[in-house]
Design a protein around this ligand. Structure first.
Ligand SMILES: Nc1ncnc2c1ncn2[C@@H]1O[C@H](COP(=O)(O)OP(=O)(O)O)[C@@H](O)[C@H]1O
Ligand SMILES: [Mg+2]
Length: 315
């Protein structure tokens, strides 16, 4: 039995309330998350050529994308690209891969493009729309974004054949609004920027997650919630991390509830912020390794990570 199991039992919880695993049952519909989701749905249904969702790291963008994927039916062919960087040609391969369009990596760009076009025209003829979601789109170069825009240019009878959903960190908005990106910006039909949650929302969020995990929602006091809000600026991922550590601390001191004191102990000990810094560094290092690794990998596998929409689909 590890300490995680011990603390859940101690608080009368049946599972860990603040894991970072995307679990739809933990989804909390704050006003903002609802709005962002509505924009995503509207984008898809209204055949918006481009929908743009931005927000701080950990604000809930990918969570909403996963939710959207889980709601899509057979009338939509959807591809998800996560964290792709790449040159001309390579990006198209990633896109085709995400949409499960078969191709040979040795084929020329022209042939690939033809294949791609044929495939989406066929989808259109069969009454399906094609949606391509690009998560962490701020990592695409301007050229990459421009290439994506070109893909949305393919149309038939004035209908868009492919819709783009661009999701990324706040700088993505700046990239899209920059002078060179005007053509892209003009095609953005719907957009939303996710901010951190405000204090009452953080309180409700914490309560929601505690309840889903089998608790009463009172395991973390309102004052402690306020402290969590201040330290995290209401960013869900940080709220989760701080709450989990605070539960551990309160458990180790044999407290029945997480008080503001437990939260402060975590903050004073530096475990919370240290863990964030370490997360960032680990992320950076991974990128570097991936890049170094790039040269030894087949072209098709380079520069990015494909997230399989099928296996990532969550209820
Ligand atoms: N509305 C929400 N309801 C429940 N949990 C959320 C919500 N938004 C974010 N989270 C949690 O916060 C964490 C970070 O969310 P994520 O979607 O990965 O953020 P982003 O993609 O913006 O970096 C996830 O572990 C997720 O469980
Ligand atoms: Mg994300």
């Amino acid at each position: 039995m590890d300490s995680n199991e011990l603390y859940t039992g101690h608080f009368g919880l049946t599972e860990r309330p603040f894991t970072l695993v995307p679990d739809p049952s933990f989804l909390f519909w704050s006003k903002q998350h609802k709005r962002a989701y509505a924009v995503l749905e509207f984008g898809v249904l209204s055949r918006a050529p481009i929908t743009l969702i931005t927000g701080e790291i950990g604000s809930g963008k990918t969570t909403l994308v996963q939710k959207l994927l889980s709601q899509m039916d057979d009338s939509v062919r959807v591809g998800l690209l996560s964290n792709v960087q790449g040159d001309r040609g390579e990006l198209l391969q990633w896109v085709m891969n995400a949409l499960s369009i078969p191709f040979e990596p040795s084929e020329s760009y022209v042939t690939l493009f033809q294949r791609f076009q044929e495939s989406i025209v066929k989808e259109y003829a069969e009454g399906r729309r094609v949606v391509l979601i690009i998560d962490e789109a701020q990592n695409l170069s301007s050229e990459g974004l421009e290439e994506m825009r070109m893909l949305t240019n393919i149309n038939a009878n004035k209908d868009e054949l492919i819709q783009l959903i661009l999701v990324g960190q706040p700088e993505l908005k700046g990239i899209v609004l920059s002078p060179g990106m005007r053509q892209l910006a003009q095609r953005v039909a719907a957009s939303f920027h996710l901010e951190g949650m405000d204090e009452p929302t953080v309180r409700a969020y914490i309560k929601h997650r505690l309840k889903v995990a089998g608790g009463s929602g009172r395991e973390i006091t309102p004052l402690a919630c306020a402290e969590v809000f201040t330290a995290t600026k209401g960013i869900p991922r940080l709220v989760n991390q701080l709450c989990e550590l605070s539960l551990l601390y309160a458990w180790s001191s044999n407290h029945k509830r997480v008080s503001v004191k437990s939260v402060r102990s975590v903050l004073e000990d530096g475990v919370f912020f240290a863990s964030n810094v370490m997360d960032d560094e680990a992320g950076g290092e991974r990128d570097v390794n991936e890049r170094q690794d790039d040269l030894t990998r087949p072209l098709f596998l380079r520069a990015g990570r494909r997230v399989d929409t099928q296996s990532k689909k969550t209820g």
